[in-house]
Design a protein around this ligand. Structure first.
Ligand SMILES: C[S@@+](CC[C@H](N)C(=O)[O-])C[C@H]1O[C@@H](n2cnc3c(N)ncnc32)[C@H](O)[C@@H]1O
Length: 393
């Protein structure tokens, strides 16, 4: 991975999911654990250790090979690449629950070797492990659906916090039987945004009400053009519903926040218009669209380019396009096709759009050009990068 390049362009989609340790709960492991010399080993143990050592060496070599020859601060980048290889190796050990201080475990060793081989071939860690933490959820990941990014997670949590009071107010009014608040997750991919919002809503409902109401207080609809993404999103919903950690929330309150995933093409104006007429209007629209300009696609990190769906990344196949087509279509849907519900309170309706590293101002301009100019906010992430435009209509 070209770490310097990533630091410069600042767009998360340019890189694979490296920052797992900062956001997730997988524990950091003592690197030396795997190679503890304290125990006298059998011959089989020694062979196991040797094979694992080779696997780790290959992984280190792979990560170092991704650092460009002419990269600035190359020595630092190489050290970071090595550390990344160790982290990944230890996650694999943890995932497979292989403890090398215990006796030889053939099956587990073979599994670690197989997974490490996939990593050394450039496959992203989240595909190899089959999941990516997203808030308190573990979202199932399968190629080619986009792996959820940490900044999407942070933005989703931010939006929920922004709307917490409006949601709370609605829950209490709902006891007097209002229509459900409608939340639309456009370009849903793995369904991560829909599912995190639903999780937070269920938590909120569980604290705020003892309501015996049977009618939904909220409805969440995720939309995507790709069948592979929809299948994965539905799988993630089923996994969430049966997850032991969330079982109580779902069994008690799940019916109050139903989630569904449907096929839809945001760029097909007439069908999208029919879709809005059928399911809308919406109170909250969240959208992380494909926004990379076609001519920038080849600059993406190889693990992104070769593994993640181009359709999830590139805003328009035309080489001259600026990657902003989805935002223009969204603005048009609001202005012409009445995508949004009429104002409920000061916070709603709200539209939150994730944007590319240099697109926030341009997207703001698109929305500032509307007949009814919304209140516009640019959201910056933990690294001070402009990552989203939020429009309160
Ligand atoms: C950047 S990914 C976002 C995925 C997910 N929301 C996330 O944040 O991880 C964009 C998604 O848009 C979908 N997509 C691409 N073109 C679309 C279109 N015309 N209409 C609807 N969805 C589209 C892709 O299949 C992909 O899943």
């Amino acid at each position: 991975m070209n770490i310097g390049k990533i630091a410069n362009n600042g767009s998360s989609l340019f890189q694979s999911i490296i920052p797992r340790p900062i956001w997730n709960t997988r524990s950091q492991i003592n690197f030396s654990r795997a190679f503890s010399q304290t125990e006298k080993r059998s011959k089989a143990d020694a062979i196991q250790k040797q094979r694992l050592g080779k696997v780790l060496k290959n992984l280190v070599e792979f990560h170092k090979s991704q650092v460009a020859i002419n990269q600035e601060s190359r020595a630092i980048a190489l050290r970071e690449a090595e550390e990344q290889a160790f982290r990944e190796y230890n996650w694999l050990m943890e995932e497979v629950k292989l403890d090398t201080t215990k006796k030889y475990e053939t099956r587990k060793t073979e599994k670690v070797i197989e997974l490490a081989q996939r990593l050394s071939n450039g496959e992203p860690l989240s595909y190899v492990l089959g999941n990516q933490p997203f808030g308190p959820l573990l979202i199932k990941c399968m190629p080619p659906t986009l792996i959820p990014r940490p900044e999407t997670e942070a933005l989703t949590e931010y939006i929920f916090e922004q709307l917490r009071d409006a949601f709370r107010e609605h829950i209490h009014r709902q006891e007097g039987q209002m229509r459900p608040l409608r939340i639309l997750d456009l370009c849903t991919g793995s369904g991560c945004i829909s599912l995190l919002i639903r999780h937070r809503l269920l938590e909120l409902i569980s604290k705020e009400t003892s309501s015996q109401s049977q009618s939904p207080a909220f409805q969440i609809l995720g939309v995507d053009i790709a069948d592979s993404a929809l299948q994965l999103a539905r799988k993630n919903l089923a996994l969430y519903d049966t997850d032991a950690d969330h079982g109580d929330l779902v069994s008690q309150y799940g019916h109050l926040v139903p989630v569904s995933f449907e096929r839809g093409d945001m760029l097909d104006e007439s069908k999208f218009c029919d879709f809005i007429a059928q399911h809308g209007p919406f109170d909250v629209v969240l959208c992380n669209p494909p926004y990379i300009p076609a001519k920038e696609w080849k600059e993406l990190d190889a693990s992104v380019r070769e593994w993640e769906d181009r359709l999830a990344l590139v805003g328009h196949p035309d080489n001259e396009s600026d990657g902003l087509l989805f935002y223009r279509r969204l603005a048009q849907s609001i202005e012409i096709h009445e995508l949004l519900a009429l104002s409920k309170n000061g916070q709603l309706p709200l539209v939150a759009m994730e944007v590319g590293h240099d697109q926030a101002e341009k997207v703001r301009e698109i929305f500032a050009g509307q007949k009814k100019v919304p209140q516009l906010e640019i959201w910056t992430d933990l690294f001070d990068k402009q990552r989203a435009v939020i429009a309160k209509m």
